[in-house]
Design a protein around this ligand. Structure first.
Ligand code: ADP
Ligand code: MG
Length: 246
């Protein structure tokens, strides 16, 4: 049964770059434990939507509520918001001169001021969750792309986020490395993590998503369970997109 209150509640979200309006009033709610997949053509506004959620971009209008907090309020602590809303990008952005564990524990130590032993205990648990405890001492250059991306996921998990945002987490990976990252995401879902995922992995969406949201031209065209979006889309634009990518 779905809880009554969404964890993330986006209403009437707008974003313009100069005269170009790229988000034209987005309404989207994500419930605790839900995995919502966001799909749509390049330029439809998917990344902008995610980036507005954690204030990497400033919205032009609308509201976003996350876990009872008004994300777009002036007084919000943006760094605290970003710790509670972990984000994983296409590029992993690990520090090359630090071990996997060093990367995962950096914010715990420097920002949250945890003592080394405690930070390392939390960091090892996070690496464990992505199946990489045995690589804790390895440097990014010694890891595959899939392993580096899982370290980036562990880095976010170590901060105990309430929501994870993924923006094309497997797009930069060689095909044979994609599976390990998707497995880490599957495990997170099984552990109850709430996730909003932009990805072109349609097979994964079919299998793992609770809901698929199709965006085009800055609006949500259609949303529903994966069977509906992939099997019997209602809108022509959805049908066209799905037939091209699936
Ligand atoms: P998607 O992730 O779906 O491919 P984006 O959110 O990246 O789409 O982009 C949506 C639209 O906004 C595109 O037309 C893109 O060119 C434009 N856009 C994105 N970022 C900027 C920016 N910083 N300045 C101007 N236009 C931007
Ligand atoms: Mg994008």
């Amino acid at each position: 049964m779905r809880p009554a209150h969404p964890l993330l509640d986006i209403r009437g979200l707008r974003k313009s770059y100069g005269a170009a309006e790229v988000l034209k009033g987005i309404d989207l709610a994500v419930s605790p434990g839900e995995l919502v997949f966001l799909i749509g053509p390049s330029g439809s506004g998917k990344s902008t939507l995610l980036r507005c959620c954690n204030r990497l971009e400033e919205a032009s209008g609308g509201s976003i509520w996350f876990d009872g907090q008004e994300v777009l309020a002036d007084r919000i602590d943006i760094n605290a918001l970003r710790r509670r809303m972990g984000m994983v990008f296409q590029s992993f952005n690990l520090y090359p001169h630090m071990s996997a564990l060093g990367n995962v524990t950096l914010a715990l130590r420097k920002v949250l001021k945890k003592p080394r032993a405690e930070a390392e205990r939390i960091g090892m648990a996070a690496l464990e969750r992505v199946g990489l405890a045995h690589k804790a001492a390895s440097y990014p250059g010694e890891l595959s792309g899939g392993q580096q991306q899982r370290v980036a996921i562990a880095r976010a998990l170590a901060l105990e986020p309430g929501l994870m945002l993924f923006d094309e987490p497997t797009s930069a990976l060689d095909p044979e490395l994609v599976g390990s990252v998707l497995q880490a995401m599957r495990d997170m879902r099984a552990a109850g993590m709430t996730m909003l995922v932009v990805s072109h992995e349609m097979r994964f969406a079919r299998e793992a998503a609770d809901r698929v949201v199709f965006m085009d031209g800055g609006v949500i065209v259609e949303q529903g369970p994966p069977e509906q979006i992939f099997g019997s889309p209602r809108h022509e634009r959805t049908r066209t997109f799905v037939s091209e990518v699936a």
